[in-house]
Write a protein that binds this ligand. Structure first.
Ligand code: NDP
Ligand code: 8X3
Length: 265
């Protein structure tokens, strides 16, 4: 189904589409008939998703495996993308991760660098390639996946929170810089959501990861995909600048309760 305002199919670039939010977002846009460009480091997962989306929805899917931390890879991938499409309507800067959970005095430097390189520098590298295309098109939409961790810090979250505060600041700055070109910029800030996020944060410790979501009825990737779709399908004159979403039992990045502790009739 083409965009209801322009009557055209859009081209949507989603970083980190091999799992979690990114995968669900790519599926959501493909389901609506748009061309999707899916990225991530795990090429075999991209190939599987490409085949699935093409078969299920009959849309064009471009798959580009690359590491957002490596600017040379980003430049090569976007050059390749430009050979396959003449425009990018929507960029979803989603690729990101948390590594570890510890106090600042015990933090692991490799973890810190991984988070900063991925969540901040990776987002910037991709944006630096795509924003000029959108400027030339005099339109587009950049949707950054921030976090409740970028709105309020929590215990042991230090560097991860700092990267998401940076995403918040960059979203506001991009909005100002890109305003003259009719480019929308939106931050979607989810609270805890059940994806591979905690498995990555706890380096494959499945029990610890599962404990994060036990008894909280956490957000699911499809919830975030619906919200991103909502942000992207507003009329041309409407820009959602900032949207924070949590599950029913979470107030913010600092305070949540278990589902069992919620008052019920
Ligand atoms: P997942 O671990 O399920 O997905 C993360 C995605 O990011 C994967 O596709 C992964 O692909 C990609 N990625 C990670 N590092 C790189 C890299 N160096 N280069 C390219 N791609 C990379 O987690 P989520 O879906 O939960 O996370 C998506 C975003 O949402 C992140 O920015 C996260 O910070 C944010 N977020 C998550 C919340 C949650 O509770 N789950 C809440 C709020 C925000 P691959 O490994 O194949 O490279
Ligand atoms: C991910 C949500 O609460 O683990 O950004 O930081 S949280």
């Amino acid at each position: 189904m083409p965009d209801k305002f322009t009557n055209m199919a859009k081209t949507v670039l989603v970083t980190g589409a091999t799992s979690g939010f990114g995968k669900a977002i790519a599926e959501r846009f493909a389901k609506e008939g748009h061309t999707v460009c899916i990225t991530g480091r795990r090429a075999e997962r991209l190939a599987e998703l490409q085949q699935q989306l093409e078969q299920q929805y009959g849309v064009k899917v471009i798959s580009l495996p690359f590491d957002v931390r490596d600017n040379a890879q980003v430049e090569r991938a976007i050059a390749e993308l430009k050979n396959q499409t003449d425009r990018i309507d929507i960029l979803v800067n989603n690729a990101g991760l948390a590594a570890g959970l510890s106090t600042i005095d015990e933090g692991n430097l490799d973890d810190w660098e991984t988070m900063i390189d991925t969540n901040v520098k990776g987002l910037l590298y991709v944006t630096r390639q795509i924003a000029p295309l959108m400027r030339e098109q005099a339109g587009g939409h950049i949707i950054n996946i921030g976090s409740t961790a970028g709105k309020l810090v929590y215990k042991n979250g230090n560097v991860y929170c700092a990267t998401k505060y940076a995403v918040d600041a960059l979203t506001q700055a991009m909005r100002i810089d890109l305003l003259p070109y009719g480019i929308k910029v939106t931050a979607v800030n989810p609270g805890m959501a059940e994806t591979e996020f905690s498995l990555v944060r706890f380096k494959g410790d499945e029990e610890r990861a599962a404990n994060m979501y036990a008894g909280v009825n956490a957000l699911q990737a499809a919830d975030i995909a619906d919200i991103v779709w909502y942000c992207a399908s507003q009329p041309p004159h409407v820009c959602i600048n900032d949207l924070t979403v949590t599950c029913l039992t979470q107030a913010n990045g600092f305070y949540s309760i278990k589902e069992a502790d919620r008052v019920k009739k």
